[in-house]
Design a protein around this ligand. Structure first.
Ligand code: CP
Length: 296
């Protein structure tokens, strides 16, 4: 594995190996050390979980970490990202964690620039593969037979890079029933895996896992006049709507949450919530990714 760009570019064995390695890191607290390597975080979109967990993951592996403040970098003077990366590579940096609003940019950079490793930390609405990895780690730790599960994803399936990468992940593991629940304006134009329904109740019935997606106000197109009250009424995860699922349903959310919009606090903080467990697993997942790239 030279880059980590999209779940669909990996095979099931590679994903399984990343999952096992992440859980091994979690359970042993025994980490290798790579002090000769440096990773740079280039985040052109806001982030808390992904950026910090990549930094922590690299530090746990003894790597040096550089966080570029984009607004203070020479990109503000007109330098293009390709030149920024060439210059950082000239200083000996080989590992680049990149989040950018342009879909496919990380792939483009990986094709153009030799001798570096690129990790996609989110590209527009397209993909967020490290999120899909930590999501699957969280599910498999609790419910290992994922091919027997019914998993529901609720929310903006059209604009969600989390949902796109998670569908690709479920395809690898042949999840029994992946249900994508969304109002018609947010239904995906292209289905990667699973089936689509606008009906929250039908989608949630007997679900083993529910992934709730954030209402992404920043990505809504102007013609998508979202009625938040109607959305909440029909699609919010509340104590009442969660009862459609199995009693041991796992509640996931990639964060950040809009509390009392797509998810109620008593669900987000309730006994079935694995939301903070996802965040914990984010560090181990990213350690596994970095280690695999280093041993490329
Ligand atoms: N889940 C996720 O990508 O969160 P951040 O935007 O905080 O990184």
């Amino acid at each position: 594995m030279k880059h980590f760009l999209e779940i669909s570019q990996l095979n099931k064995e590679q994903i399984t190996s990343l999952i096992h390695r992440a859980l091994e890191f979690k359970h042993t607290n025994h980490y290798p050390s790579y002090p000769e390597h440096t990773v740079v975080n280039l985040f052109y979109e806001n982030s808390t979980r992904t950026r910090v967990s990549f930094e922590l993951a690299a530090k746990h592996l003894g790597m040096k970490v550089i966080n570029i403040m984009i607004q203070n970098s020479s990109e503000a003077k007109g330098e293009i990202i390709e030149d920024t990366i060439h210059n950082l590579a000239a200083m000996g940096i080989r590992y680049f964690v990149i989040r950018h609003q342009q879909e496919g940019l990380q792939q483009l950079l990986a094709n153009k620039i030799k001798d570096i490793h690129i990790i996609n930390a989110g590209d527009g609405t397209h993909a967020h593969p490290s999120q899909a990895l930590l999501d699957m780690i969280t599910i498999m730790e609790q419910k290992p037979n994922v091919e027997e599960l019914k998993i529901a994803i609720v929310g903006n399936l059209k604009h969600s890079r989390v949902a796109h990468s998670f569908q690709a992940m479920c395809a690898h593991f042949k999840v029994r029933d992946l249900v994508l629940i969304a109002p018609p304006i947010w239904q995906p134009s292209k289905l990667i895996y699973g089936r689509v329904t606008p009906d929250l109740k039908e989608g949630l019935i007997d679900a083993d896992v529910i992934m709730c997606l954030r209402v992404q106000k920043e990505r809504l197109l102007e013609h998508e006049h979202l009625d938040l009250t109607a959305y909440r009424c029909n699609y919010a995860l509340t104590q009442q709507t969660v009862t459609y699922a199995r009693p041991d349903v796992m509640i996931l959310h990639p964060g950040p949450m809009n509390r009392e919009v797509e998810i109620d606090s008593d669900v987000a903080d309730g006994p079935n919530s694995f939301i903070l467990r996802q965040v914990t697993h984010g560090v181990y997942a990213r350690m596994a990714i970095l280690e695999t790239l280093i041993s490329h």
